[in-house]
Design a protein around this ligand. Structure first.
Ligand code: HEC
Length: 192
């Protein structure tokens, strides 16, 4: 009787071990499956984005582009003014000014990347600290992004150069895997 119950206990322990092993294997397989599905979705998103940009590139390459100031203003008022102010003056301690900004008037790749993917603080401008987060606008049409960029550069700084939408698309392709807003440190490393 005693022996029998010992055997039963052994049997029981073996079964439990087996269940644990099987559950671990199943959990492992499930997590591999979830990771795989996520990476597939990610790839799908990226290839859809690549496709969208390729067609936009073809379209922009054959179309003439001329900077349209009134469209630039309209887009600025719709998408940027709320934070940066109608004259690009910003809000102290909250949103940095674009008026006379060295970033806006410098290498256009920097403000372009900020418009596409956003920026996250902290940054110091004229002895004032800003530590907020700007959203990116990569989903809007590259021509509209070019209008906005050309608008802020010509209205708030002295730059009259007109950036073509093709340049916007090229940078979008280069930064296609970007998911987060830029920090100042990352922006400082951009050399082109
Ligand atoms: C929700 C508010 C918000 C909106 C809308 C917004 N921004 Fe910003 N922007 C910010 C913040 C906040 C920063 C600074 C982030 C930080 O603290 O690093 C910033 C930074 C910038 C900078 C860098 C300025 C510098 O001197 O470093 C540029 C250029 C810029 N924004 C342009 C734009 C343009 C163009 C638009 C419209 C397409 C826009 N922003 C819309 C909040 C906003």
């Amino acid at each position: 009787m005693n022996n029998e119950s010992l055997e039963q206990q052994n049997e029981h322990a073996k079964k439990t071990k087996r269940y644990v092993a099987i559950s671990l294997i199943l959990m492992f397989m499930l997590s591999v499956y979830v990771a795989w599905t996520m990476s597939q979705n990610y790839r799908k998103e990226e290839s859809q984005e690549r496709y969208r940009l390729t067609s936009l590139y073809k379209e922009s390459n054959k179309n003439e582009y001329t900077y349209d100031q009134s469209q630039g203003r309209e887009l600025y008022q719709k998408l940027c003014m709320e934070c940066h102010g109608d004259q690009g003056q910003g809000k102290p301690n909250r949103y940095p000014p674009l008026l006379n900004s060295q970033i806006v008037g410098g290498n256009f790749q920097i403000p372009l990347r900020i418009i596409l993917h956003g920026q996250v603080g902290p940054i110091m401008r004229d002895d004032i600290q800003y530590n907020d987060k700007m959203p990116g606008f990569k989903k809007i049409h590259p021509q509209d992004i070019a209008h906005i960029l050309n608008y802020i550069r010509s209205e708030f700084t002295q730059i009259q150069e007109s950036i073509h939408p093709v340049e916007v698309i090229k940078t979008q392709v280069k930064t296609i895997d970007r998911k987060n807003a830029y920090t100042e440190e990352e922006l400082n490393q951009i050399k082109e």
